[in-house]
Design a binder for this molecule. Structure first.
Ligand SMILES: [Zn+2]
Length: 131
């Protein structure tokens, strides 16, 4: 968006004549078009924030899965509450698959599934990266 000096329409840059000194647009058409584009820009920026936040959450989840499973074992059992308290968000993952009757959730190649008694089982599935 170019910078507009006073005395020119903020949308089409046409010179403004007469009217109030704080007049910003040459017509209602330009004012409406300007406002419509501004709202669109704002909506897009807001969407970017949300996507940024989701990526951050998934990266954090991944870092925690690595931390709780440093040797990259499959079938490693950890306390659900312990990883949750470190900031793990169980609602964010990159894929999930059904094995037997369980859902295994993945952040990239590191995954987990819920067990009974407040435990989760961690997995590593190299194939996940290729799917
Ligand atoms: Zn105009």
């Amino acid at each position: 968006m170019p910078i507009f000096d006073a005395g020119h329409c903020h949308y089409c840059n046409r010179e403004l004549f007469g009217g109030r000194s704080d007049k910003r647009f040459c017509s209602d058409i330009c004012r409406n078009a300007f406002n419509r584009e501004r709202r669109k820009d704002e909506a897009r920026l807001f969407g970017e924030d949300v996507r940024e936040q989701i990526l951050k959450t998934i990266k954090k989840n991944y870092a925690l899965l690595l931390k709780f499973n440093p040797m990259g074992e499959s079938f490693r059992i950890v306390d659900r509450q312990a990883i949750y308290l470190k900031g793990f968000n169980f609602r964010y993952f990159t894929s999930c698959k059904k094995v037997d009757n369980d859902l295994i959730y993945f952040c990239f190649d590191y995954g987990w599934r819920d067990l009974e008694y407040g435990l989760i089982e961690l997995f590593v599935d190299e194939d996940q990266l290729m799917k």
